[in-house]
Design a protein around this ligand. Structure first.
Ligand SMILES: NC(=O)c1ccc[n+]([C@@H]2O[C@H](COP(=O)([O-])OP(=O)(O)OC[C@H]3O[C@@H](n4cnc5c(N)ncnc54)[C@H](O)[C@@H]3O)[C@@H](O)[C@H]2O)c1
Ligand SMILES: [Zn+2]
Ligand SMILES: [Zn+2]
Length: 395
């Protein structure tokens, strides 16, 4: 079958790979009908290179039709329509039964000291073949895939794989008071969806980014925006205080992550890594500060005293410097992590099953492309060309 594979730094290719098959009695094989491109894939494209192996099948936002089931699968049958969560989680271990699916003890990667495996996400997370492919093997067929109704177009359910639960968790963790203000750093798919969910809950939302068409989507859904083409990004906290009685926002979501703009020193460090031998690159990433922290620092500056910072942007440097004086003195709460998809999926599914498209998922994608267009799409998505905000591949 055809699949998007990582071949080297900023080199994604669509190649022939072996067809997935049932390996364990509870596996299912899913024929993929739609599969998203995520900001997290961009981290694999470049900064997480040290943890990638040429030929890795990427992608973690798939849905499709069950094509084959292992002998112990009772919850699904051939022909069922399913969304595959990006966490590879068993659903039955100590962590999963406490709703911490991204820490699943059955798939934790103890040799790397990391949490549950993720589909298509480097050897730090299990090197499990991903979902930007014509088909994929999904373990834990009785507990992992989310069965959805036949009928509505894929877009109605696709984002249950990642964007929706990630954004839902970010808003839950931000814990904004009912009459409060939520600041969202980044208007990519995650920041945009966080803003939509928060508006749906009746909160005041302000979103920061520099990409005009991304900010326009936020405005169209009732969010306020701060455009960092118009003010220097170092002035964002001051602007936020001006908009919030001088205090700062009650909470902030960081929906940017390790590749933030505006961190020139860390950006140079991140880029110069590529000139080191691979083993050394891995060591430096695991032992030194390699994240670009501009968005996170802006979050800490902009939140009010006693407020909450909810981090959904992915960070990967082991020694990224944290302003402990400020965090302690301002008495901040910080919550973060990969989304625990099954913790939130029932609540979200209830919204998606309504006739009204409450969160605007049907029109969320800006580009629908064949899988063969993946190499160019990765580049355009990273470079924010062509009005590209959310790409859905249709294999
Ligand atoms: N926690 C999870 O479970 C989870 C799941 C999915 C994605 N993510 C992470 O969420 C982040 C966002 O994902 P996405 O798909 O929206 O990606 P994206 O790369 O499309 O969006 C990031 C946005 O941040 C903006 N930005 C960059 N620097 C900024 C700065 N200093 N201030 C304000 N905005 C800035 C960019 O212009 C861009 O629009 C990524 O780090 C991704 O890895 C986490
Ligand atoms: Zn993702
Ligand atoms: Zn588990």
């Amino acid at each position: 079958m055809r699949a998007v594979t990582w071949q080297g730094r900023t080199d994604m290719q669509v190649t022939d790979v072996p067809d997935p098959r049932i390996e364990d009695p509870t596996d299912v094989v899913v024929r993929i009908t739609s599969t998203g491109l995520c900001g997290s894939d961009l981290h694999l494209y470049d900064p997480l290179t040290p943890f990638m192996t040429p030929g890795d099948v990427v992608g973690h936002e798939p849905m499709g039709i069950v094509e084959d089931v292992g002998p112990e699968v009772t919850a699904l049958k051939r022909g069922d329509r399913v969304v595959v969560p990006f966490n590879v989680s068993c659903g039955t271990c100590w962590m999963c039964t406490r709703n911490l699916h991204s820490q699943c003890e059955t798939t934790q990667n103890r040799e790397h000291g990391t949490g549950a495996s993720l589909f298509g996400y480097s050897k730090l997370y299990g090197q499990v073949p991903g979902g930007q492919a014509e088909a994929m093997r999904v373990p834990f067929g009785n507990t992992l895939p989310i069965k959805v109704a036949a009928g509505p177009p894929d877009d109605r359910f696709l984002y249950l794989s990642d964007v929706l639960p990630t954004s839902w968790q970010a808003v839950e963790y931000a814990d904004t008071p009912e009459d409060g203000t939520l600041l969202v750093m980044g208007a990519g798919p995650i920041g945009d969806m966080c803003a939509r969910i928060a508006k749906h809950r009746g909160l005041r939302v302000i979103v920061v980014d520099s990409v005009p068409e991304r900010l326009a989507r936020v405005t169209a859904h009732g969010g306020e925006v701060i455009d960092t083409n118009e003010i220097d990004s170092s002035d964002v906290p001051e602007r936020v205080r001006d908009l919030t009685d001088g205090r700062g926002s009650d909470s902030v979501i960081d929906a940017v992550g390790m590749e933030a703009h505006g961190s020139p020193v860390a950006e140079t460090a991140q880029k110069s890594l590529r000139f080191l031998p691979k083993k050394l690159q891995e060591m430096v990433m695991q032992n030194a500060g390699s994240d670009r922290l501009d968005a996170l620092y802006t979050a800490f500056e902009s939140v009010r005293r006693g407020g909450t910072v909810s981090i959904s942007g992915v960070y990967g440097g082991a020694a990224s410097p944290m302003p402990m004086l400020q965090l302690f003195d301002k008495q901040l709460v910080i919550r973060q992590g990969q989304a625990n998809v099954h913790r939130w999926s029932d609540d979200i599914l209830e919204l998606l099953q309504r006739d009204e498209d409450v969160l605007g998922v049907d029109t969320f994608a800006t580009h629908r492309l064949p899988l063969e267009d993946a190499p160019g799409a990765y580049k355009s998505f990273r470079d924010k060309e062509d009005g590209m905000v959310k790409v859905v591949f249709q294999p």
